[in-house]
Design a protein around this ligand. Sequence first.
Ligand SMILES: Cc1cc2nc3c(=O)[nH]c(=O)nc-3n(C[C@H](O)[C@H](O)[C@H](O)COP(=O)(O)O)c2cc1C
Length: 303
Amino acid sequence: MVSLGVKIAGLSLKTPLMAASGTFGYGGELLLAVGAENLGAIIVKGISLLPREGNPPPRLAETPCGLLNSIGLENVGVDRFIEEKLPFLRKHDVPVIVNILGDTANEYRDLAERLGSVDGIAGLEVNIGCPNVEAGGMSFGTAPAASALVTEAVRSVWPGFLMVKLTPNVTDITEIARAVEAAGADCLSLINTVRGMAVNVDTRKPRLKNVIGGLSGPAIKPIALRMVYETWRAVKIPVVGVGGITSALDALEFLIAGASAVQVGTANLVRPTAIREIAQGLRDYLASRDIPDINDLVGSLIL
Ligand SMILES: Cc1cc2nc3c(=O)[nH]c(=O)nc-3n(C[C@H](O)[C@H](O)[C@H](O)COP(=O)(O)O)c2cc1C
């Protein structure tokens, strides 16, 4: 028997595999395909104070080994999330982590306060990759001070599990990671999508109406892995790896490079059973190598 259980900043997960925000909807159908016993946590689609329509289509384009999206943070808003989505999600024996987004630090704080008033939420994941409307639209997550401001705003009203999700579209991710750690985050998740674009040479139009989108999938895995490794060495709080994980071997690379857990995103869109298969692959790996506990692998990279 091998153990896949992990504990991150006090939160116990049955497996180190979380469903990444935006790729698992609000948890409904995919949860059935994956099986609650294989899923460490569900991270729901980013929620804002008011509903958002997102960007106009086309907003998905496939690229070699990757997916470009410009969904633009479409969501039902916090009130409908609490009324319509949360009751289903909390019926299952899987921790629900709510991904939040806002235009200002105060909006993030108000959202966290509202979510703190209901039961059934195991933690928050703060997406700091959003435009900071008060600072000319530059993403919060590209500046250490703005990243810290959002983290502090949420921390001031949310005493529970607080994970901050970092954007890779920065020069030095460890600067941001350290600022967020000092501002009170319990753990970090990384990476969000990498800014990219694609052009249709027949029409000469961009493949995304929004022109620029976020790249995800296997194409970004080496970038994500490098950033997880750099961040793990720079901070004391746990790091959750995200980016291009489609197999147990991918997940193992992240764990060995320092991640305490991982998130699976785009792979869910390709194979709804991906997380189930990855969980089984991790059990097989441990059993075949006589490693009793997945935690033994975390940060075990041999240089
Ligand atoms: C269609 C789509 C929607 C996404 N929506 C969100 C979101 O609402 N909030 C967020 O923090 N990340 C969002 N992401 C980013 C993913 O959670 C993840 O960080 C990224 O896709 C990299 O992981 P992957 O390569 O496994 O997909 C989205 C990604 C995709 C593909």
